[in-house]
Ligand binder design. Structure first.
Ligand SMILES: Nc1ncnc2c1ncn2[C@@H]1O[C@H](COP(=O)(O)OP(=O)(O)O)[C@@H](O)[C@H]1O
Ligand SMILES: [Mg+2]
Length: 260
């Protein structure tokens, strides 16, 4: 449920330049203005190198902006990052998992790094392992798990700190079709039952249509469109989101609209 006006993320002119002043300078984010509301499932869409991971890394305090500002839960990422880090969960694009630990141990160990008491963590692990459907496998070492099952452990791990915002960077990439389906179903369940703000990145258009309340399309660091999937299709007079995306990203324009 989206409470109008309750904005949990806001960026203003957010810009990230890597290798500034050098020949290989990259403008990974270019003047991005974005607002995300509490309870939304927001999809960041874009091809490889569009700036999706850079945006997430700034919002969780792993990178600092070059220009512009970013606010998470009302706090500036350059001023109150400790406050933010305690309240956001992250599933990184290339997340490591402790293969030798069991599913349960992975959650409890990770939560311990945040200083959450073990008694609380055991209770949270019970609930989360139930939610992700791994309760019966909780005492198995993760190394024998399939890609989809490992991803479920990682989603549960990101949730063990009970974050207000959950960031998932390509949660369904690099696992098989079935694993991706399992993770998508889990995310749908989380958004329905847990009421958390979920921000995910993907380059799968069907995935955003299935999961997301709103999407933002990034291209070469610029946020070139934001809205509900259906609104974007309508705005650009496109038959589907794929047409919106390819039209905008190739610069050929969407039918009836002309290139932006
Ligand atoms: N640490 C870095 N140093 C230099 N360039 C980087 C770094 N991280 C990302 N980039 C560049 O910034 C751009 C955006 O990257 P990224 O945010 O990872 O895109 P995406 O996640 O959408 O694939 C790319 O051109 C990438 O090569
Ligand atoms: Mg990325």
């Amino acid at each position: 449920m989206v409470i109008e006006g309750d904005i949990v993320i806001r960026t203003e002119g957010l810009t990230k330049i890597f290798e500034k002043g050098k020949k290989r300078e990259v403008r990974a984010l270019d003047n991005v203005d974005l607002e995300i509301h509490r309870g939304e499932v927001f999809g960041l869409l874009g091809t490889n190198g569009a700036g999706k991971t850079t945006l997430i890394r700034i919002l969780v305090g792993l990178l600092t902006p070059t220009e512009g500002r970013a606010f998470v839960l009302g706090k500036d990422v350059t001023e109150d990052i400790d406050y933010i880090r305690e309240r956001v969960g992250l599933l990184p694009q290339e997340a490591g998992i402790y293969d030798r630990l069991t599913a349960r141990e992975n959650l409890v160990y990770y939560g311990g790094l945040y200083g959450i008491p073990e008694e609380d963590l055991e209770k949270r692990a019970d609930r989360l392992l139930q939610i992700v459907g791994l309760k019966d496998k909780e005492d198995y070492q993760v190394k024998g798990f399939s890609g989809g099952m490992k991803r479920k452990v990682l989603v549960a791990r990101a949730l063990v700190i009970e974050p207000e915002i959950l960031f998932l960077d390509e949660p369904t990439t690099a696992i098989d079709t079935l694993g991706a389906r399992v993770v998508r179903n889990l995310l749908k369940k989380l958004s329905a039952e847990e009421q958390r703000t979920i921000i995910l990145t993907t380059h799968d258009l069907n995935e955003v249509k299935e999961l997301c309340d709103r999407v933002g399309i990034l291209n070469e660091g610029k946020l070139i469109a934001v809205g509900k999937p259906s609104q974007l299709e309508e705005k650009f007079k496109a038959a589907n989101l794929e047409e919106v995306f390819t039209g905008l990203v190739t610069g050929e324009g969407v039918y009836g609209e002309g290139a932006l």
